[in-house]
Design a protein around this ligand. Structure first.
Ligand SMILES: [Zn+2]
Ligand SMILES: [Zn+2]
Length: 155
């Protein structure tokens, strides 16, 4: 007995659909090479995350961060010339008003982590941070009396 015409059509449509479908390649070594996955050493000391560095730079413990770590967590905006937290560059808005870093309630990590990230002017940085004359770490003015130089192996 012949199949009804519409069943044939469904079978043909299914064949066409299968031919049009993309097919997968096996994930062989070639793709692993292409992905250029970077190595890491589990025994090596992990570098601090940008967020951790930002919080440490403004912490009341005033241990501070090194000047090169300080440089690593900031980017200078070519639009407004302010210094923006490196992880907020994509959402920073040059039109947002700068903040008053001298205000009692000002909390630097919050401002730098916020979506717009108003950022810091060179003057703001001067007003907020200082550099230790002994260990060269950067920490906030506000907590200078709590600063003690870190041991060399803590770096
Ligand atoms: Zn800007
Ligand atoms: Zn120091």
């Amino acid at each position: 007995m012949l199949r009804p015409l519409r069943d044939n059509r469904a079978a043909v449509n299914e064949l066409i659909r299968q031919q049009a479908l993309p097919h997968g390649h096996a994930f062989d070594k070639q793709y692993l090479r292409q992905a250029s996955i970077k190595k890491f050493n589990p025994k090596a000391q992990r570098p601090m995350s940008n967020t951790k560095l930002l919080y440490t730079s403004a912490s009341a413990f005033a241990d501070g961060i090194t000047i090169s770590q300080f440089g690593r967590i900031l980017r200078a905006c070519t639009g407004c010339n302010r210094y923006i937290f490196v992880d907020r560059c994509s959402s920073h808005n040059c039109d947002v008003a700068p903040v008053n870093v001298a205000e009692e309630s000002f909390y630097l990590p919050h401002m730098m982590m916020s979506g717009n990230c108003p950022g810091l002017t060179p003057k703001d940085i001067q007003a907020f941070y200082e550099v230790c004359d002994t260990c060269s770490n950067v920490y906030s003015h506000r907590y200078r009396r709590y600063h003690s130089c870190p041991q060399p192996e803590d770096d």
